[in-house]
Write a protein that binds this ligand. Sequence first.
Ligand code: AMP
Length: 905
Amino acid sequence: MDSKAQQTDLEWISYPPNGWEEISGLDENYTPIRTYQVCQVMEPNQNNWLRTNWIEKGNAQRIFVELKFTLRDCNSLPGVVGTCKETFNLYYQETDSEVGRSLRENQYVKIDTIAADESFTQGDLGERKMKLNTEVRIIGPLTRRGFYLAFQDVGACIALVSVKVYYKKCWSIIENLATFPDTVTGSEFSSLVEVEGVCVNDAEEEADNSPKMHCSAEGEWLVPIGKCICKAGFHQKGDACEPCGRGFYKSSSQDLQCSRCPAHSFNDREGSWRCDCEDGYYRALSDPASVACTRPPSAPQNLVYNINQTTVSLEWSPPADTGGRNDVTYRVVCRRCGWEPEECVPCGLNVGYSPAQSGLVDTYVSIVDLLAHANYTFEVEAVNGVSDLSRTQRLFAAVSIATGQVIKEKVQQRSIQLSWQEPRQPNGVITEYEIKYYEKDQKDRVYSTVRSKSTSATVNNLKPSTAYVFQIRAFTEAGYGTYGPRLEITTKEEATGSIQSSTTHFFRFTCAFNYASFDSVSPLRSDPILCYLYIYIFIMVIYIYHVKFPGTKTYIDPETYEDPNRAVHQFAKELDASCIKIERVIGAGEFGEVCSGRLKLPGKRDVSVAIKTLKVGYTEKQRRDFLCEASIMGQFDHPNVVHLEGVVTRGKPVMIVIEYMENGSLDGFLRKHDGQFTVIQLVGMLRGIAAGMRYLSDMGYVHRDLAARNILVNSNLVCKVSDFGLSRVIDDDPEAVYTTTGGKIPVRWTAPEAIQYRKFTSASDVWSYGIVMWEVMSYGERPYWDMSNQDVIKAIDEGYRLPAPMDCPPGLHQLMLDCWQKDRAERPKFDQIVGILDKMIRNPNTLKTPLGTCTSPLLDQSTPDFTAFRSVGEWLEAIKMERYRDNFTAAGYSSLESVARMSIE
Ligand code: AMP
């Protein structure tokens, strides 16, 4: 609703009739407008009401009311002292429908008293200088269908120039390929409205990662989580999915880009998820779409055979063409044949294959248990992953072999005795056999022969360990028959009688310890026990050196003490209970009440203290845990770390006495003083916390629960780190929740590696520090607002980071983003953080956030992707900043790495 938009009478209700009056006027641009004015400044006890027409609120829950008005300065009106006022009141009434024109004051809820920032005097009017005030108020959450606004004048001179009523919404957008509709903001300032996105055409939701966004109360989309991805056959172009072009494909939604069809494949359609194979080429079922189409291999080459009685060995070379694949294996087909080639039958199951009949990886096979004196044909085929898909003719290498007689042998070192069967169909009476043999590996095959009248013979004078090849033929009256198959036999090894001694390896234990400063013990180096003893002594020396000599002070975990009482008394002073005066209860701790009081030590001024007490009826473990905090705190001495005055363990109640921090914990303190500090004051607080953390990390102490609620503030706004303890202290943190890695973790404050695999380090404390910065700059706003912990974990994993809080200087937000680097090695150290904040405090100009300032692309929330550029010049050109090329060079930024490391200054 905008009163300015209406040219005719507004016809709001005015009561009493002599109060507010509708008047036509001109606005600052001399446009005609309808205004309401009242100026009963002379009469006391004015109570003039003006009510708007009914305003239907639609879906809105949080309504903004913008008033433009002028207000007359009472001092400029003579004779009005005591009656003239300079404010008016704004009210509203919620109803489900219009309620008529009577006006009942008690039904209205007050929104605010409105005062003018600038009132005007007669003189101003004379010069026609209108001092127009603009005030905006927010009402909500509204629950009824509509409402009225009402203006109560109590005696001021006001012209209500315009009234505008509006609500905010997040405008429909496309993010991560999901469309998010127009969304009306939530009812509270800090509430986020979670909106599910709908995937754009040809996109689908990523598995377990449906797209969501959050509409903030200010009408901004925040925290995108999840995403849609283009379906198979489509790729992303801007905010849409486009089909892959011809000759391209995308096999899965997970792939980012369309790819060109691999070799021997093609497609002639758009939007393909795969390419078809050319004729004669195939794709095996297990082949991904990205590999080339292939074909069966050619035949094996150079097939040779060797017969040993009823065993045939085949050997061959790989095929000339593997078909484009590297999964070539071989299979053998065996057929027994009659005299005619076509009389072949499969060998059947009585024949054995070694290592196998098919799936052979190596280029050899032995076929055993063949029949003697039979004809066989062997085909050796090379096959690959697509052979079975192909209908083309099989290609193989083949041999036909006739097996010979069964020969038995007795092998010695220098002689071999052979015996054989008489051939089944000898060509006449056999009078003699001839045995031909030669040394297998001899190049110029020199044959020797032995003759025998019977079916056995002994061949002597052979060499030991040597392979010989034998062939036998029979002699009849008709002459010599053909030689039988070749038979390969190796003579036995020659016995040497020497015993080969195996080498014995001794692994010598070496004491890898640097003796440089222990020369006197060098002779003992080889004795492991003494070696350990000296390591032990050395560690003790280091330990004593560290503990006893300040300067290299290191935090000592009180849990390493067997007796926890010893730890407390090593680090905390035992106080006499009579020195402590408890005054009042200020809070509730895990183990009992927290009180404020005074501590008066003999010879010293009394000081304000906080006293933590251990409730009666405690167990021994509770007492130990309670005092553990003192054992830790007592080791620290730094102006930004809460100081331990001492403990009372020898009386009851058991107490821990700490310096008093007047303003309590930082989160509550900031919320109480929302918007009341200057940026420099806030940065001063942050600097203090960083200095405290630098000290703790230098000591080797990892806090694990750094958050504004665990920082205390004193009366001088000095912030000090507090809440020390072992992991159980985190367990007591109301923010800590159980995670899948075990143990409780304050998710919103904790670095991802600490959540995922409990990697707590000073670098994870730096992450938490970044969150504390955000809490401070937003005056105690809850990090990630009302998002669930699960959504926070997911959003962080997907690269989302908290945006800059309102009015936060970009340099500070950049520092937060640096603390939230995923790679913990990239995060700044506390020492650097202190340095950066010091610089900002010294140069307050860097903390100014003038409106409309153009932020450098370097400081953009997302680090620019430099990988796409080869040089600084190329990058500058891409962001239309090439005119600064010389400035970059002059400042020494010659490489993209150095640009990426640039800081805000
Ligand atoms: P704690 O058990 O340390 O969380 O303390 C409980 C509450 O007591 C805190 O939230 C503070 O409000 C208050 N408190 C603790 N220590 C101090 C202190 N040194 N000075 C003032 N208030 C304190």
